[in-house]
Write a protein that binds this ligand. Sequence first.
Ligand code: ZN
Length: 435
Amino acid sequence: MKTWRWVLLAVVVLCAGAGVSAQGNASSTKVRAVKFGKLWDAKGKLWTNAIVIVEGERIKAVTTDDSTIPAGAEVIDLSKYTGIPGMIDVHTHMTFYTDETPGTPMTRQLTTNPPAVEVFLARKGAMRTLEAGVTTVRDLGADQYLDIAMRDLINRGEMIGPRMFVCGYGLQVTGTPYKPGLNPPAGGVADGVPEVLRVVRQQIAAGVDVIKMYASTGTDDDTTQFQTFSYEEIKAAVDMAHKFGKKIAIHSYGPDGARDAVRAGTDSLEHATDLDDATIAEMAKRGTFYVPTIDHNRYYLDNWQKIGYADGFQERTKNYIARNLESARKAHKAGVRFAMGSDAVYTMFGENTRELGWFVKAGMTPEQALRTATTNAAELLSKEKELGAVAPGYFADLVAVEGDPLANIDVAIKNVKWVMKAGAVLVDKTKDGMR
Ligand SMILES: [Zn+2]
């Protein structure tokens, strides 16, 4: 049922996309007026009866005055719903496709397709991500530059999916399994400062938007926290990324890699559990973004048999989740800034924003949680002037939810009804109840 809707929408959008290139600028300046009952603009204002005027792919104005709707504009009436900015997931692995064949472990499915096929198949996760109201992702680790191909296909309108900012290969030391049972992708392996510099430069030359480094063990059902890269190696990667104007995301499951990543100047710290107080204080002082990805371990626990993990990791992982949440609670209390990252992989696409529920458990108000997926995330991408808010000049990335997300964060997680990305309507479930 759901699949049908994606297919139909994809066909409609692809046809519309073809129209744009054939007709030049005529359709790219199409004007739409989107009406919301309430609108949380992420700029500090909650509007009642808001009208968002969209011209082409950008927002032209936000108003409450019907008389300012330009003549000939298409009016989209979502006055039953609350509008929020398109959300941003700053930690995904969009290129990891799993075909969900019952009985075949998902860890094995990851290796079976040639790269071109893999990118084509990744449409499924991309559509599910859009359906969750996520219109932009930062993708943190792919093989063979599949992420660059996918990003560019989406930007050209040849593939439907969230806008992507990608890292190519994540840097890792020799001997760290990227996924248990698979060989680590050779492209990201680096030992010692010279190799770290070479691999960072290689990613930048390939055309990535951000650098990713794995500074500790820990992935999938493995929750070990051993630091891998030394402080000197981490510092070299951070400085080289910054020299090229790129930000860096550093993975650390444990406190040691986290401490060195933060003092080396990482822009975001991924996963990090058991953070010590000094590191938390340093993050608050420097403005380092914390991306705890608490929910991905919940996903692993819910799906371990389908993924193909060996029985016996569950208690360890439950314990890790509790400590991950505790680190988030402490960091939030200390004033550390958060960005929402799901670490979506396998079939987790579509569950991207469940992380927001954990943030509320960690002590945030729903509005603070929404900021992690809008303004904060946009700032982490260096796109705070065009993504993550509903305001003139920003990309027309709009989401309609049913209910009040500022009263109940589940509204943003579960009640997404309609999604516009860069002026194009990509998801519309507003008529589902009427059949
Ligand atoms: Zn990840």
